[in-house]
Design a protein around this ligand. Structure first.
Ligand SMILES: [Ca+2]
Ligand SMILES: [Ca+2]
Ligand SMILES: [Ca+2]
Length: 466
């Protein structure tokens, strides 16, 4: 099995709309080969012996441009061919489109495409001087042709002078648009539940023609919640924050569908996508971002996300809808375990010399198994340790710590702690649980029990003053 040759994604004329360099009204300028000149016309070459190309500003002599602010006259001072040579791959399908117009009356021009020196006439265009004609077509690069010339040749012009006439504008010759989406999640994991994750998605057009009606959609991934007010275009056309609401700017969050939508590119609006130029014009493309909060449901899991974009190739006769899918981001979320502690005393009033019995329960409400669970419970002054019996682990009276160990989600462990009361008074002590995992609800990790120690049975109330 053979791998087909890879076609370069981006093949496109340079300066196809004759917008560079800017001219005030009309100017005859050197072609792109004349690099010693202070100004040239980028991209274009001419067979004219003086290497000159004529550019008009829209409105000069009453002629409006077809696209942008400038256009070209095919011949400046002499009959010639205007062309560009492009590196091409055999088999590639190239689209062309152009605007053509007569100057004094009906002018005729030929489009030649092929190997330099052997370009083949594709079509002739005859247009009058009252409107621009618009034409499209395709060309398949033949075998062995690694350089393709795209050339305009004057055939005839009203008035009989082939050096006058044949206006050209809005020319494209090259490959279809090809949008590439790149997605990153910041910061890279592993993260804890409750952390905020920023998704950043860049769309670049690695193809030739502009990607039209570009709309990016990203489903907010399972286990996360969209952070309100976090939509932003950070690079490219229409940069700035966007509201969550639909219908007011280039982006929205749709809570019912659980997705964010961005309409991108030049001319994008609240209702439709815009036009994304290729990376020759817009190397960085356009970048958007939004944020999510990691839910409890994401604990111990991976949050995965891909974005998609739809756009149109409008180089042909009818728009062709294309789809781009980003790489997948994978964010690892650390496990979480909600530990709880309950502590009680069998009797809340005892006499000096009697035994106080505490019962401790530590539970793991999940969602993940807990490891390294310990419960700190230091006996205060007035109590002397007697014994401890637990369902798990061991109690160290010197350190005041119950080492529970692992505690599966949903499991509980208990400890019965006995101590001798040695002084009268109110004695409160607290047990606090900690584990290795993130605890989403730290407020329920401690519990206290208060015992009143009397000097003698019913002699008095040592706790009354407190
Ligand atoms: Ca133009
Ligand atoms: Ca909005
Ligand atoms: Ca807790």
């Amino acid at each position: 099995m053979t791998t087909p040759p890879s076609v370069p994604l981006r093949i496109a004329l340079v300066n196809g709309s004759f917008e560079q360099p800017a001219v005030a009204s009309m100017e005859i300028l050197p072609d792109a080969s004349q690099t010693q000149a202070p100004r040239q016309v980028p991209g274009w070459l001419t067979t004219a012996s003086d290497h000159m190309i004529e550019l008009w500003r829209s409105g000069f002599n009453g002629v409006p441009s077809a696209e942008g602010a400038q256009f070209a006259e095919l011949n400046a001072n002499e009959v010639s061919t205007l062309y560009q040579d492009l590196a091409t791959t055999p088999g590639a399908t190239l689209y062309w489109r152009l605007y053509h117009r007569g100057r004094l009356g009906q002018d005729t021009m030929a489009l030649d495409i092929g190997a330099p020196g052997a370009a083949v006439e594709q079509r002739r265009f005859t247009d009058g001087n009252t409107a621009w004609g618009y034409y499209t077509g395709t060309y398949t690069v033949p075998a062995g042709q690694t350089v393709t010339r795209f050339a305009f040749r004057s055939v005839s012009a009203a008035g009989g002078n082939r050096g006058i006439g044949n206006f050209l504008d809005g020319i494209f010759f090259g490959t279809a648009p090809h949008v590439v989406l790149t997605k990153t999640a910041v910061p890279t994991g592993p993260l804890e539940i409750g952390d905020v994750l920023t998704y950043r998605i860049t769309a670049t057009n690695e193809g030739g023609g502009a990607a039209e009606n570009l709309v990016l959609t990203d489903a907010v991934p399972a286990g996360t919640t969209y952070l309100p007010g976090s939509l932003r275009i950070v690079e490219g056309p229409n940069t700035g924050p966007k509201t969550d609401a639909p219908g007011d700017d280039q982006a929205e969050y749709d809570p019912d569908a659980g997705k964010v939508v961005f309409r991108l590119g030049d001319g994008a609006s609240a209702v439709q996508g815009g036009s994304l130029a290729n990376t020759e014009t817009l190397p960085a493309g356009t970048t958007v971002e939004y944020r999510v909060t990691l839910d409890r449901a994401s604990a111990g899991k991976e949050v995965r996300n891909t974005a998609t974009a739809s756009y149109e190739n409008r180089l042909g006769d009818t728009p062709e809808t294309l789809v781009a899918t980003s790489d997948e981001t994978v964010t690892e979320v650390n496990p979480a375990a909600d530990l709880t502690v309950a502590k009680a005393a069998d009797a809340t009033t005892v006499t000096v010399g009697q035994t106080v019995t505490y019962r401790l329960t530590v539970a793991n409400r999940g969602p993940d198994d807990a490891t390294g669970v310990t419960v700190a419970d230091q006996l205060p002054d007035g109590l002397v340790f007697l014994s401890a019996d637990g369902s798990a682990g061991a109690y160290d009276p010197a350190g005041g710590q119950w080492t529970v160990g692992d505690l599966a989600a949903g499991a509980t462990a208990t400890l019965t702690l006995r101590a001798k009361a040695t002084e009268p008074g109110r004695i409160t002590n607290t047990a606090t649980a900690t584990g290795n995992e993130k605890d989403p609800e730290p407020g329920n990790n401690s519990d206290s029990a208060t015992v009143c120690v009397q000097r003698a049975p019913a002699c008095c109330d040592p706790c009354a003053a407190d």
